[in-house]
Design a protein around this ligand. Structure first.
Ligand code: HEM
Length: 460
């Protein structure tokens, strides 16, 4: 078959395309290059062949799981020291991925997550009380408090454990340890094996961090075994005692610990970053803030938020979706071809190519989203707009068997948090002249974005 060459910025003789990217901010480099090179382009970096897909046509083609799959490589391989064969870092053909996937899919479903409403509200209330007591002049760094929120919600709703980050000036050591491991894993994946062996001190620090996190999880497990809670709505009972419907096996103790760490890693930066982006957009576009607040006033009023209100908070849900479309916490998804194939019927790729899905330009493709794709407009999803999208156009949660297992959990938590915040406070930017910049780690979030909150009149 005829293939069309994949464009590549002119490489330098020995360094390839390293000069075309900022290694400390890959997402922004990919967005910038997509403006010049469009649909798809190639970069040669450190001996690797990267294929970056940036349009609807090229990206959606890689969602064909008979030709492409999620590769476990680079940082993900390094992360396995911490999260092993947990769901996020396991290969799809690993036995423990399949067991955990089958055991946990139903408990992460809508019925299981609705049962977590009260426990989610417990943590959200802690945040709101703290904000209220610190008063209207206090600057709230979004990344700090939304991280506390997301982390404590997972701890409490998934493991019945209180990390109590809203009762501390700093945060639980787990968060720092995890961040260090994420950063070190990224670095390790860019070093040679020899170099990694020579960095004795960073390797030791990495192992110490990992051990400390594993100890926290093991402690929670032991506590549950000693003090059973048969009526609990959290995930610890299914993790420990749930039987795989296919093999009848339970998850191994080690795999349970890996998955506990996995949920804390996969669930806290993503949720926290999304809430940060969301408030940035709502405050930059006051019309959308007002509409979200009106929805809370109409649906919930001044009384307590209940689980029955949640499906009626549609504008808020779509405001969150629109934030995820605009620029979600996961900037790139990775794929690789199972056999040599043509992307979108014309671009030839080999299994050794690293395919990166450039999610921002993909979800701004004017062919799908129209000429106003670069505007933040939650209403574009209302009145059936969302249902009428072409297939696979909205993919901030990954796709296929390896899509996000925590999506319903995250959506419920975010809708609840936004509703309670808007019900009780008037939110404003701490610095009205703030301009969005991106802070990349494993995920991206708005850099140094802070807000102030004032109790709404009559809300006490
Ligand atoms: C996987 C996004 C919240 C647990 C993923 C993937 C994406 C994603 C894009 C696929 C990654 C890949 O292909 O390599 C998000 C976003 C979230 C969120 C945008 C919030 C706004 C959560 C939460 C949890 C969670 C709260 C857990 C409580 C996981 C797990 C996987 C995953 C375990 C791996 C699933 C597998 O491969 O079997 N997530 N996530 N996520 N997410 Fe999330």
């Amino acid at each position: 078959e005829d293939s069309v060459p994949i464009p590549q910025p002119p490489p330098s003789l020995f360094l390839g395309n390293i000069g075309d990217i900022d290694p400390t901010n890959m997402p922004e480099s990919f967005w910038r290059l997509a403006e010049t090179y469009g649909d798809i382009f190639r970069l040669q970096i450190a001996g690797r062949n990267l294929i970056i897909c940036s349009s609807y046509e090229t990206v959606k083609d890689t969602f064909d799981w008979s030709r492409f799959e999620k590769p476990i490589m680079g940082t993900l391989v390094e992360l396995r020291a911490m999260v092993g064969d947990g769901l996020f870092t396991a290969r799809t053909d690993e036995k423990n991925w399949a067991i955990a996937h089958r055991v946990l899919m139903p408990v992460f479903g809508p019925i299981g997550i609705r049962k977590m409403f009260d426990n989610m509200m417990d943590i959200i209330s802690q945040m709101v009380l703290r904000w209220d007591r610190l008063g209207p002049e206090n600057e709230i760094m979004c990344s700090d408090d939304f991280t506390r929120l997301a982390f404590d919600v997972i701890g409490f709703c998934a493991f019945g454990h209180r990390f109590n980050n809203f009762y501390k000036d700093g945060t639980h050591p787990f968060i720092k340890q995890m961040t260090e491991v994420l950063i070190e894993s990224g670095k390790r994946s860019n070093r040679t094996a020899l170099e990694n062996r020579m960095r004795i001190f960073s390797a030791q620090r990495n192992m110490e961090n990992i051990k400390a996190m594993h100890d926290v999880c093991d402690q929670i497990i032991e506590d549950r075994i000693k003090h059973p809670q048969p009526d609990s709505t959290d995930l610890l009972n299914p993790l420990l005692y749930g039987k795989d419907p296919e093999t009848g096996e339970t998850m191994s103790r080690e795999n349970v610990r890996y998955n506990m760490c996995t949920f804390l890693v996969a669930g806290h930066e993503t949720t926290s970053g999304t809430l940060g982006f969301l408030f940035y957009h709502l405050l930059k576009n006051p019309r959308t803030y007002l509409r979200a607040m009106q929805e809370v006033d109409e649906v919930v009023g001044e009384g307590p938020l209940t689980v029955n209100h949640l499906p009626k908070l549609v504008y808020i849900k779509f405001a969150i979706y629109e934030a995820l479309r605009f620029m979600g916490p996961i900037a790139v998804n990775t794929k690789h071809a199972l056999k040599p194939t043509l992307i979108a019927g014309k671009y030839y790729v080999e299994p050794t190519d690293h395919i990166l899905l450039n999610l921002k330009p993909f979800m701004h493709d004017p062919k799908v989203w129209g000429p106003d794709a670069d505007e933040y407009k939650p209403e574009r999803h209302l009145n059936g707009g969302f249902e009428s999208l072409p297939p696979n156009a909205f993919k901030p949660f990954g796709d296929g068997p390896r899509a996000c297992i925590g999506r319903t959990f995250a959506e419920q938590e975010m809708i609840m948090a936004v509703a309670v915040i808007l019900q009780n406070f008037q939110v404003e930017m701490a610095d009205p002249s703030y301009n969005l910049w991106i802070q990349p780690t494993l995920t991206i979030k708005p850099g140094a974005f802070s807000i102030k909150v004032r109790r709404r009149p009559g809300r006490d």
